[in-house]
Design a protein. Structure first.
Length: 198
């Protein structure tokens, strides 16, 4: 709060006698006030952007059959790089993950088939990109604050630019383009001992 930076606070709710995490509160660094909330999916997008995704699931539907498939995260890595061109700041978020196909309701969807795995990987990548874009839209368009640490990348990678924009960083961030480069790979599935590539 002393740094005047926007941030997130984990929400905790009580349901059926249990306490659990449920999304996050968005705090404006300048006003020090609560300005809104992220639901669980939007918070998941922020966590992926920040490189803090440890475990978890991505549920989607096979595009050809519309049947449920589920990806379990085994490992993930994310890097945010910033670029300054013509005085404008932009970002590229690169995310790589390996995981398991733990639910496959697709008739004829044999995980050992290379073509099926490629299709599944692309489906999960598309689903994750939608989650990332929804979280980014909430930060930039609805709340107008950087609660995911993009400013830190500018401060580290472009310190002179940071000195010029840090006082009005949230305003600068609102207009900063962000692109996502997502690569997810199913490397294991179910109780099988490994993937067989054709």
């Amino acid at each position: 709060m002393r740094a005047d930076r926007s941030f997130l606070l984990q929400n905790i709710v009580s349901a059926e006698g249990e306490v659990k995490f449920a999304g996050a509160a968005v705090m404006d660094g300048k006003s020090k006030k609560l300005i809104g909330f992220l639901d669980e999916e939007e918070l998941s997008g922020i966590i992926w952007m920040m490189g803090k995704a440890r475990g978890g699931l991505i549920k989607s539907y096979d595009e050809q059959t519309k049947r449920l498939i589920t990806y379990e995260v085994v490992s993930s890595n994310a890097t945010i790089s910033s670029k300054v061109s013509g005085g404008r700041v932009s970002f590229r978020v690169k995310i790589e993950s390996e995981g398991r196909l733990i639910e496959n309701d697709v008739p004829g969807g044999v995980p050992s088939r290379k073509a099926f795995l490629k299709r599944v990987d692309e489906t999960f990548e598309k689903q994750l990109k939608m989650t990332l874009e929804r979280a980014l839209d909430k930060m930039q368009e609805q709340y107008g604050v950087d609660a995911a640490g993009f400013g830190d990348r500018v401060r580290i990678q472009h310190p002179r630019v940071w000195e010029k924009v840090k006082r009005e960083w949230d305003e600068t961030f609102r207009d900063s383009p962000v692109t996502f480069d997502v690569k997810l790979s199913v490397t294991d599935y179910g109780a099988s001992s490994g993937l067989v590539k054709e």
